[in-house]
Design a protein around this ligand. Structure first.
Ligand code: ZN
Length: 414
């Protein structure tokens, strides 16, 4: 089956000419084709180019989607979320808005453990129902691939429950979901003052099971003073690697704790947050190619410092963007919103923000060989936006401009 997208005002291919990522000055080049067309065969891109180069005979048996002067991009990839959760934390948001600190809120039973409590009491069926509702909206906002982490269970049964929800949703829903095991998200209340015992549970019980049942592609850990120290993370991540889980880290979010350096040492696929990354950390990422996944929605939501994206890009670090969608520190799944923040708060250009939300974001999930750009042979995950040019994505913010979503070559109906 052939699907032809025609009369595209701007076809933003984000072509990397075979490279897995774009860095430095190459991020300015989005491979834009004015007045373009795309041919999709089954679930893959067969051809893309200028309208006048499109042979009319190729349209003979094709379904045609006339884009009528709209613009086309690769579907957004969101490489960092905690989308499977129950409950909400709007009361904490309200407390922060009138000046309460994170610590005050945590001492009143707030924070990650608030959500852990709720998730432990929610059945698998209900968790799935909640997640499905969010995933539908995620697709409507143009995200065609998303990563979801566990980490709100913090015991064997509940971590497995979340990972099973994630893997089953990937099988059942149109959106592609990549699963990450984050047992080391926080110390559960029953292990207060006994962190090493909890790490033993992660290493001896959780990781072997996750590996054996193939419930995740990645293993992540929250590397931060008072949570998991670099040594703890090294133990957990190394154990994950033994069963085939690729390394990721949450690092340098609240303090410069050597997390970026550790990610470089471990050969992590990505290291995420980095609001407080050190200069040594930046150099370590630039030389090793570990991808920096930046989460400006968290900085907005918590009124925290933004990651030094400009410095990282100028020094050759591979930068990607993600939402970190979760009930405590970023209640948004809008990638365009993250792009607006990247441009206004982190001195990134609209072009850099788009590369960071497509090709480089796919690379942060080890998927940029098949996703993240519109190139022959790649998967046909494509969005059509009702705006005059691509700069409107970050510029005209707070509105969903997505007109059509094409996932695996199929035009979705909402
Ligand atoms: Zn996170």
């Amino acid at each position: 089956m052939i699907l032809a997208l025609i009369n595209i005002k701007q076809l933003v291919t984000v072509s990397a000419h075979g490279d897995r990522v774009k860095t430095g000055k190459t991020m300015q080049d989005l491979g834009v084709i004015e007045n373009g067309a795309v041919l999709i065969e089954n679930d893959s891109i067969r051809w893309c180019g200028r309208m006048e180069e499109l042979s009319m005979s190729s349209l003979k048996d094709a379904d045609v989607l006339d884009c009528i002067n709209r613009i086309v991009l690769p579907g957004f990839v969101d490489p960092h979320t905690h989308l499977v959760f129950s409950g909400s934390r709007e009361n904490e948001f309200a407390m922060r808005s009138t000046g309460s600190s994170y610590q005050e809120i945590a001492s009143k039973g707030g924070g990650i453990l608030n959500t852990v409590n709720s998730v432990r009491q929610t059945t698998k069926k209900d968790l799935k129902k909640l997640a499905r509702k969010y995933l539908n909206k995620v697709l409507q906002h143009g995200t065609t691939t998303i990563e979801i982490k566990s980490g709100y269970g913090l015991d064997v049964d509940n971590e497995i429950k979340i990972l099973e929800v994630i893997t089953e949703l990937n099988d059942e829903e149109m959106i592609t979901i990549i699963s990450t095991f984050l047992g080391a998200h926080a110390i559960p209340p029953e292990f207060t003052g006994n962190k090493q015992e909890y790490i033993r549970l992660i290493v001896e019980k959780m990781i072997p099971y996750v590996g054996k049942k193939k419930l995740a592609s990645f293993c992540d850990a929250f590397c931060e003073k008072g949570y998991f120290e670099p040594n703890d993370c090294r133990t957990i991540i190394s154990e994950g690697m033994k069963v085939g889980l690729l390394p990721k880290l949450h690092a340098d979010e609240l303090t410069a704790g050597g997390g970026a350096e550790l990610a470089a040492e471990l050969g992590a696929v990505s290291v995420d947050h980095l609001e407080h990354i050190s200069d040594i950390g930046i150099r370590a990422l630039a030389t090793t190619g570990v991808i920096a996944v930046l989460l400006p929605g968290v900085s907005l939501f918590l009124n925290h410092k933004y990651a030094p994206a400009r410095k990282m890009i100028d020094q050759g670090v591979v930068v990607a963007l993600a939402t970190d969608f979760n009930p405590g520190s970023c209640m948004s799944y809008s990638m365009p919103m993250m792009m607006t923040l990247a441009c206004t708060q982190m001195q990134m250009s609209p072009e850099e923000a788009i590369v960071s939300s497509t090709l480089n974001a796919a690379a942060a999930l080890n998927l940029s060989h098949s996703l993240g750009s519109i190139e022959i042979g790649k998967k046909a995950d494509i969005i059509v936006l009702d705006i005059p040019n691509y700069k409107f994505i970050p510029y005209h913010f707070g509105e969903n401009h997505v007109w059509r979503v094409i996932k695996n070559g199929v035009i979705l109906e909402f």
